[in-house]
Design a protein around this ligand. Structure first.
Ligand SMILES: Nc1nc2c(ncn2[C@@H]2O[C@H](COP(=O)(O)OP(=O)(O)OP(=O)(O)O)[C@@H](O)[C@H]2O)c(=O)[nH]1
Ligand SMILES: [Mg+2]
Ligand SMILES: [Zn+2]
Length: 337
């Protein structure tokens, strides 16, 4: 049966392999020529809050999108009621190609991927220096996810009023990651912690991730206009854990600068099932030339790896190779406390 009409041209198109970019010519696109561009700010049970020009528009996914889900940070095309008035609902008909994708799985052996945010260019990995205790393995895992997803990492060490940062910083020294140490209400050279963090955020879209209770929302609140602030939660005095106060990711515009911050719910773990280790080495451009001597499909964490000899010959800092291997092996290690 011919579903696409008698026109032989169309039959011709239909019979070609249905590869990406070579789909049958349907009338979907022309129908949405007048679609508006928007950005997804938050998602709540199938309802997406989008920013269209300067209006906040509620929307849902159009059926034609199939199973593809839009996430916070996605650029989308919308049709329908775009007035932004109460009780209206627009439809998202297209999700634009993503410049970056931050993914995680619940566990390393869980293939179910969730996209945390799209189009962020920076990942602020937030760790408290105490209360809750820092867990470097989670930081390592977030770093791997950032490198894998095309985001630049920024280390944010909070609560320096409770413990010093030196030991933790030493662990990341060789990775050369920008970092900021913060404490609540601290004045440092006349600047608040938020002012110093803001310097790293201007002109970019930054997603904040970390365990519950490390102070992600506290920091984000200090960075966005007052009327946008969200609730924060106390850390449980008995268990030393956060209370998962934030339950959904939300993109917020920076105050006094261009750019976006995305507050996300605290995570217990950061599964890396989806990560391709060969992409992680690309975050170490100084080591890449040394991989020429590696056996095919080298994991760079095995006895025949060419990087050992390369580093021994003095081409790169051994601490860098050590750090790369620590990150590569983080998938094999259990994440336990
Ligand atoms: N002492 C101290 N406490 C802080 C600091 N920053 C945040 N806190 C406290 O830590 C607690 C947790 O802060 P939140 O901002 O809710 O933490 P969160 O990371 O957003 O937690 P979830 O939303 O559960 O993931 C609150 O009681 C904050 O007041 C800090 O620099 N020093
Ligand atoms: Mg929070
Ligand atoms: Zn190798």
């Amino acid at each position: 049966m011919r579903r696409y009409g008698k026109n032989t041209d169309e039959d011709d198109i239909r019979s070609r392999p249905n590869r990406k970019g070579n789909r049958p010519r349907t009338n979907i696109r022309p129908k949405h020529e007048d679609a508006a561009e928007g950005m997804v700010l938050t998602v709540d049970r199938g309802r997406l809050t989008c920013l269209v020009e300067d209006r906040v528009v509620m929307a849902m996914k159009a059926r034609e999108l199939g199973r593809k889900a839009a996430v916070v940070g996605d650029r989308v095309s919308l049709v329908g009621d775009m007035s932004g008035s109460k009780d209206t609902l627009a439809r998202i008909v297209r999700i634009e190609e993503r410049a970056s994708v931050l993914r995680r799985t619940a566990d390393d052996d869980d293939p179910y991927e969730r996209v945390v945010v799209a189009n962020a260019d920076q990942l602020a990995i937030v760790t408290a220096l105490a209360d809750p205790e820092p867990r470097p393995r989670l930081v390592d895992r977030c770093l791997v996810a950032a490198y894998d997803g095309g985001l630049e990492p920024l280390l944010v060490l909070t609560k320096s009023d409770l413990a010093p940062p030196e030991k933790l910083l030493e662990l990341y020294g060789a990775l050369d990651i920008p970092y900021v140490v913060t404490s609540q209400d601290e004045l440092y050279d006349g600047h608040t912690a938020a002012d110093r963090v803001r310097e790293y955020l201007s002109g970019r879209t930054t997603a904040f991730v970390g365990h519950s209770g490390v102070g992600k929302t506290t920091l984000v609140n200090a960075l966005v206009p007052e009327e946008r602030r969200r609730s924060t939660g106390l850390v449980n005095a008995v268990t030393g854990r956060g209370r998962h106060t934030t339950t959904s990711a939300l993109a917020l515009p920076l105050d006094r600068a261009e750019g976006w911050v995305i507050d996300t719910p605290g995570v217990r773990s950061f599964g890396l099932h989806h990560v391709d280790p060969s992409r992680v080495i690309n975050a170490f451009p100084d080591l890449v030339p040394g991989t020429e001597q590696c056996p095919r499909a080298c994991s760079h964490d095995e006895p025949d790896c060419g990087l050992d000899a390369w580093v021994a010959e003095g081409h790169a800092d051994p601490a860098r190779l050590f750090s790369l291997r620590r990150l590569l092996s983080t998938r094999e290690r259990r994440e336990g406390d």
